[in-house]
Ligand binder design. Sequence first.
Ligand SMILES: [Zn+2]
Length: 255
Amino acid sequence: MRLIDTHCHLNDAEAFPDPAAAVEEAAGVGIEKLIVVGVDTESSQRAVELADQFDAVYAVVGWHPNYASDYKTSELVEIERLLAHPKTVALGEIGLDFYRDHATMEEQHKCVLEQLDLAESTGAPIVFHCRDAYPQLLDILEKRKVLPYLFHCFAGCADDAKRCLALESYFGVDGPVTYKRSDELREILGWLPKEKLLIETDAPWMSPIPFRGKRNKPAWLTYINSGLADAISVNPAECAEITTANAERFFDFSR
Ligand SMILES: [Zn+2]
């Protein structure tokens, strides 16, 4: 099996003091690429450093809504510089998060809107983080020029999924696909077009069953692949083939 972990945080030094070991362990189960995602300027710089260090690692750079209270417009100078790195494959993770209140709605809106403008001017694909804010984020996106969008760890309802799909978005599938209570998610995944689905660990968060509650790692992507395979009624080898091809279509690894 050839897999790509399209979203992990190996740049989190506390969770991954030895990123080389995590990359190697992932390679051992067939994960040939890992996309390391930034949440602010410093973690985005670290993502690019890891991309420089490891052939298998690529970077996504940007400001997460939970960090929007520290965001200033001037941060975009460095984000734009990092975005131009040959192994940076998207802008992210950006979006809205009304589940947590680390930043006000105003701060979150400024942070996401300015980054959407940056994506539009650079043509970068976007990785969204969206929690308890799908209608609000989609209201914004539906009025703008459509770019290549990926909703990381999709957790919306069927109506949200339809609106995302109308924007030709991709959908990231994580540990929750393996959780007992995720029937609604599995049902949505069952009718979404297979060519729009990607798999990701979001490590160190969101461990799949049977590791729930433990610190997640990229090597456990295989469990998410199997969970998605069940949800969309294909076998794990087919699921790996489909999702890897989708990742290669969404992210331009060869630029
Ligand atoms: Zn993340």
